[in-house]
Design a protein around this ligand. Structure first.
Ligand SMILES: *Cc1c(COP(=O)(O)O)cnc(C)c1O
Length: 367
């Protein structure tokens, strides 16, 4: 079967009794949709972030879409974000009819270069959308200063950074709202799709609850603004609620894997992840850089080790976003990185002896 960047089977063996009990407890509860498990998870997840509200939704893409709509971002509006991200960040902006506006990323940590945001703001800018990519936070203080000065809300994309902190603040607690994904590979993952939006803004929360439920204020069954069905599933909510209690141990596991890579590869030509000032990294992905990326990936594949690239095509170069009009060369750091970055196996239950083989194989092909 070989070694890949992510695998959940060892974790499942370890947690199987609890996961099956979670499923059984929902099936026996008599309430299969929007019951106690969704409400309980929402309450726990809001508390975990020190915010007032959490609204569970069906996936991370829709968490972004509903958050944008709840922030009243729509056609004609501009949203400033990055092109070095998972495509759904940009798809969400596009699907509310708004226009994504890209700034480049920093060569040191591949995160939004906040210094470029001021020049990208126009009278149509209605949201700043930083992505806490790979597991660490964007430099928030200058972004918050701009948001404040221009009266523009920040929506954090926290799909890759559950539990990451930035100068002591937890990712998801810094914007007007924050969107999470619980896709299975994520730092906090369900056994299927899931997502959530957190916010301390009562108005935003009220809109979110309607938007995920056809547009109805739940008690009255009257559609005010037509919405969608974007409910978080009760089974996944119960699993997430239990896994949230283990989040710290998942983070410790990921950091131990990162530490072993640093020890095993620190003296090679690979450029290892750099933790930005004030950040505690949660290593959703362990992204390294080397000019011979494609050769390295091929040679590891021959040794049954399957690496990944996140992401090989910057979003602004994808044909589906041609209409945005970003020529090749317009985001030079993002474009250069895309040719050289790749990801090593990273998940909390990664066996140290398996990791040792990955390190040895890399040292061999880098010689
Ligand atoms: C995974 C991811 C999403 C989308 O989440 P889904 O649950 O897969 O819809 C959005 N943004 C980023 C940065 C992601 O990594």
């Amino acid at each position: 079967m070989g070694t890949s960047v992510w695998d959940y089977l060892a974790e499942y063996e370890e947690e199987r009794d609890d996961i099956l009990d979670a499923v059984d407890s929902v099936f026996r509860s008599g309430r299969l949709v929007l019951g106690d498990s969704v409400a309980g998870f929402e309450s726990d997840f809001a508390d975990h972030h020190g915010v007032r509200h959490c609204v569970g939704v069906d996936n991370g893409t829709n968490a972004l879409v509903l958050a944008l709509r709840a922030l009243q971002v729509g056609p004609g509006d501009e949203v400033i974000t990055v092109s070095n991200t998972a495509a759904p960040t940009v798809i969400a902006i596009d699907s509310v009819g708004a226009t994504p506006v890209f700034v480049d990323v920093r060569p040191s940590d591949y995160l939004m270069d906040v210094g470029q945001v001021a020049a990208a703001i126009t009278p149509r800018t209605k949201c700043l959308l930083p992505v806490h990519l790979y597991g660490q936070c964007v430099d928030m203080a200058p972004l918050e200063a701009l948001a404040e000065a221009h009266g523009i809300p920040i929506l954090e994309d926290v799909a890759q950074a559950h539990g990451a902190t930035h100068h002591g603040r937890i990712a998801g607690s810094m914007g007007r709202a924050a969107a999470f994904s619980f896709y299975p590979t994520k730092v906090l993952g369900a056994y299927g799709d899931g997502g959530a939006v957190v916010t301390s803004d009562d108005k935003v929360e009220e809109r979110l609850r309607r938007l995920r439920y056809y547009g109805m204020a739940e008690r009255y069954y009257v559609v005010e603004t037509p919405g969608h069905n974007s409910r978080l599933d009760e089974v996944h909510a119960e699993i997430l609620r239990r896994k949230l209690r283990r989040l710290d141990s998942y983070l410790a596991g990921r950091r131990a894997v990162a530490q072993r890579y640093a020890e095993g590869l620190g003296d090679t030509e690979l450029v290892l992840p750099r933790v930005a000032d004030g950040n505690e990294h949660v290593y959703y992905l362990y992204v390294v850089r080397h000019p011979d990326r494609d050769r390295i990936i091929e040679e590891l594949k021959a040794r049954d080790i399957f690496l990944n690239v996140s992401y090989p095509w910057p979003v602004h170069t994808m044909t589906g976003f041609d209409h945005l009009g970003y020529a090749t060369g317009s985001l030079p750091v993002t474009e250069a990185l895309a040719k050289h970055i790749f990801s090593l196996p990273m998940y909390p239950s990664l066996d140290p002896s398996v990791q040792e083989k990955v390190i040895d194989a890399l040292r061999e092909v880098l010689r």
